[in-house]
Design a binder for this molecule. Structure first.
Ligand SMILES: Nc1ncnc2c1ncn2[C@@H]1O[C@H](COP(=O)(O)OP(=O)(O)OP(=O)(O)O)[C@@H](O)[C@H]1O
Ligand SMILES: [Mg+2]
Length: 408
């Protein structure tokens, strides 16, 4: 078995020693070098060509961000993992945009460290053309064949876990090396940027005010990079700005993203409005979230009914969230009432979910062994790209869904 080679970069000798100690018993990981500043790190990365570089941000001379950028360009087969202290979100974002693949917040456990090294290394080994990879944040060339899959996370009921699922699913897909974008259509105060610890300057509201939305390179400049590789189109920063976004914009943006990403995940607002309906119409898959309580089941039933009347039901998958909250409704009764079984069942796990939301670190990255993270990973692993492009056909054969809803 070949060992994963690691270069440790940190200016504090005791931190490097701690990392060595943490990895001492990991038989599949081997530390091949240590550097105490950016220049040394760049030189050693070029000489040693390690699988993974563990990179501190605050270094004397060339800092960890600039060093990451140089290493990502010079040695594209090396995966960079940033090791940072709490309270450096802005730097973490910059490091990710500079080409870092993952991050660890100090202090981290032996398990977190070894798992992160294995994960980024596995992703890099899986990639067929790593040398063609660009650092996140740079323009990607337009793809010739639109083949992406649009996944809309929806429920007409608030608080069923749409944003939690959207963020974690999108990050999870991005972690497997797929090109993934996430659109926050919860326009009146969407939480995606907060959950992913992004501080975007531009959002969908500014994008739609651009003249030529059909330019992919333009859309791309509005996407905020997350360190998982995911690209995020954030919701407007102020609710009053939401009004400028119209259903036609959603179609144009999703068409662009579908042509350029393997997966386009769309988080929605709990309402059957024309914006959500545009997204639902373009969706290849609709993930309908609900929880184990009567109001939520009632909403899910109505949502399924409306989807059926709109000929969308073949796209719908049910996601039962917080399934372990047993307040007297049996899962078998839910299934009977909805006449369908959930495709995914997620447990109730307040500790994991809330601490992940509050820190802005998706739990699929930070609590990889939790059941909820595992369930989302299993679901993501089974996800396939569509063979044909439904959404583009849907745009061609467009008929207003909002009109159809009211004429039911
Ligand atoms: N599986 C879970 N276990 C525990 N808590 C959860 C779980 N899923 C979601 N939550 C909690 O439920 C709340 C609502 O979640 P979330 O914001 O993802 O729902 P939403 O459907 O996006 O809400 P909205 O309709 O307001 O946009 C959050 O506080 C989150 O912490
Ligand atoms: Mg939400």
């Amino acid at each position: 078995m070949s060992r994963t080679t690691v270069l440790v970069v940190d200016d504090i000798a005791s931190t490097r020693e701690d990392i060595k100690r943490l990895l001492y018993f990991e038989g599949d990981i081997s530390i091949v070098g240590e550097a105490s500043n950016g220049e040394e790190a760049i030189r050693m990365a070029e000489d040693l060509k390690p699988d993974v570089v563990l990179m501190d941000i605050n270094l004397p001379g060339i800092d960890g961000i600039a060093a990451s950028e140089l290493i990502a360009n010079q040695t594209p087969d090396t995966a960079i993992v940033i090791i940072s202290i709490q309270g450096e979100p802005e730097y973490l974002r910059k490091a990710m945009a500079a080409g870092a693949r993952d991050y660890l917040v100090k202090p981290f456990s032996c398990n977190d460290l070894a798992e992160t090294i294995r994960r980024v290394n596995n992703i890099y080994r899986m990639r067929p053309a790593r040398t063609g990879m660009q650092p996140a944040g740079e323009n990607q060339p337009d793809r010739v064949n639109p083949a992406g899959k649009i996944m809309v996370i929806f429920s007409s009921k608030g608080g069923t876990g749409k944003t939690t699922l959207s963020c974690n699913l999108a990050v999870c897909l991005a972690q497997t090396g797929k090109n993934v974008s996430l659109v926050d259509l919860s326009l009146q105060g969407g939480d995606v940027a907060v959950m992913l610890n992004l501080a975007p300057k531009a959002t969908i509201a500014e994008l739609v005010q651009e003249e030529d939305l059909l330019e992919y390179s333009l859309v791309n400049t509005y996407l905020a990079p997350h360190m998982s590789g995911l690209k995020v189109l954030p919701a407007p920063l102020r609710p009053e700005k939401a009004e400028v976004v119209k259903a036609g914009h959603i179609e144009e943006i999703l068409t662009q993203l579908k042509s350029n990403y393997d997966f386009v995940v769309v988080d929605t607002y709990p309402l059957f409005n024309d914006l959500n309906l545009s997204a639902l119409e373009m969706a290849d898959e609709v993930l309908l979230t609900f929880t184990r309580d009567l109001p939520s089941v009632k909403h899910a039933k109505i949502d399924l009914d409306i989807m059926e009347n709109l000929n969308l039901s073949q796209k719908v998958k049910l996601i039962l969230n917080r399934s372990t909250q047993d307040y007297g409704i049996k899962i078998s009764d839910l299934e009977k009432s909805l006449n369908a079984s959930p495709s995914v069942i997620l447990p109730n796990d307040e500790k994991t979910v809330l601490s992940s939301i509050n820190k802005g670190h998706p739990f699929v990255l930070t609590h990889t062994n939790s059941r909820i993270a595992q369930n989302i990973k299993d679901f993501a692993a089974k996800m396939e790209l569509p063979v044909t492009s439904n959404a583009l056909e849907a745009v061609g054969a467009k008929k207003s869904l909002i009109g159809r809803i009211f004429s039911l």
